[in-house]
Ligand binder design. Structure first.
Ligand SMILES: [Zn+2]
Ligand SMILES: [Zn+2]
Length: 350
């Protein structure tokens, strides 16, 4: 089978021919029909995350192996299954839950595989969907699509479930103001979910006016461009001086995190998701004075993805996919994403 693999950190992916993975027991071979191209694929390809102040964390030191087939937003059809797989047949269209863990620890046993200390995430710690076929080690990680187009479903596995999980952590109600920083794949999903599930007043923030226009189309009530205004002042004005009830920071830079912290009302919640990198410096007395909650969010649980897929089947979330590339054009897809030139999400199609 063909796969686009990361062979060397910081270098373009290479097209390679690999043997077809074999299946046994509870595992499944999925023929990939769509694979989302995610910002974290760029970090993996670069080989590091920026910790700010000149510090970096190398993905190699977090256990990411080379060579590696990237791709963690995978939808496809079942090609082959082990003898003890139940409830799924060859030809069934499925979405793959990629944030799998060891299977034996407390996190995994309570349905929080995404928080496992020895993760086996697909497309991060084991081969992913930038390939014609994907090996999935347990059928419980496959969600039947039942008519949902695979191209629309693929981004639910990362940008979708992360946005959904982050939104749940804001615990906002319909009378609240939620600020969403960054209108990329995750922000686009969060805007739709926030509008339809919570009914809150949603303020979208981005430095790109085209992305703000897109945010409006997705249902954002207000949009702000921090290059043109004072973001914190404007949020205070929009909320009669109170500040926002919650902020989700999908960028994760020093600027966006500091703005998020300072635009919150007392008792407000800041959910940090983006991995752009940097440092957040806060005078410690402000934390108790303002009773701020700072919450980190990494992807989402299998249960979250099941809920989200059911929302998508009912049409609550619309597809954010705007572009598709051939599998062999994966490097072009990554470069286009790096330039910020993709609205919503791009997918690869083998
Ligand atoms: Zn991702
Ligand atoms: Zn585990």
């Amino acid at each position: 089978m063909k796969a686009m693999r990361l062979v060397e950190w910081g270098k373009p992916l290479q097209l390679v021919e690999l043997p077809l993975p074999e299946v046994a027991d509870v595992d499944v071979l999925v023929k990939v029909t769509a694979c989302g191209v995610c910002h974290s694929d760029l970090h993996l390809a670069d080989g590091y995350y920026d910790l700010g102040e000149g510090e970096r964390i190398r993905v190699q030191n977090r256990g990411v192996p080379l060579p590696l087939t990237l791709g963690h937003e995978v939808a496809g059809v079942i090609e082959a299954r082990g003898p003890t797989v139940h409830g799924l047949d060859k030809g069934d269209a499925v979405l793959v839950y990629p944030w799998i863990g060891c299977g034996g620890c407390k996190a995994c046993k309570t349905g929080n595989d995404n928080l496992c200390m020895t993760p086996r995430s697909i497309g991060v710690y084991r081969d992913g969907g930038y390939a014609e076929y994907l090996h999935v080690p347990h059928y419980k990680f496959l969600l039947p699509l039942e008519g949902l187009p695979s191209e629309d479903a693929a981004p639910l596995a990362c940008s979708g479930v992360t946005a959904y999980s982050a939104l749940k952590k804001t615990r906002i109600m319909s009378d609240a103001t939620l600020v969403i920083e960054g209108v990329g794949g995750l922000g686009s999903m969060a805007i739709q979910l926030a509008e339809t599930i919570t009914g809150a007043n949603v303020v979208a923030v981005d430095t790109d006016d085209a992305k703000l226009a897109y945010a409006k189309k997705l249902g954002a009530d207000q949009t702000l461009n921090p290059l043109k205004t004072n973001l914190v002042d404007d949020v205070k004005t929009l909320t009669d001086g109170r500040g926002a009830d919650a902020v989700i920071d999908f960028v994760g830079s020093s600027n966006t995190a500091e703005a998020a912290f300072n635009m919150l009302t007392r008792g407000g919640r800041m959910v940090s998701v983006g991995l752009f990198g940097g440092v957040l410096k806060i005078p410690i007395p402000f934390l108790p004075f303002r009773a701020t909650e700072i919450i980190g969010n990494y992807t989402g649980s299998l249960g979250d993805l099941m809920e989200l897929v059911s929302l998508a089947k009912r049409g609550v979330v619309k597809s954010i996919v705007s572009t598709s590339f051939r599998l062999t054009d994966a490097n072009n897809a990554l470069d286009t994403l790096r330039r910020g030139a993709i609205e919503g999400r791009a997918v690869l199609r083998p």
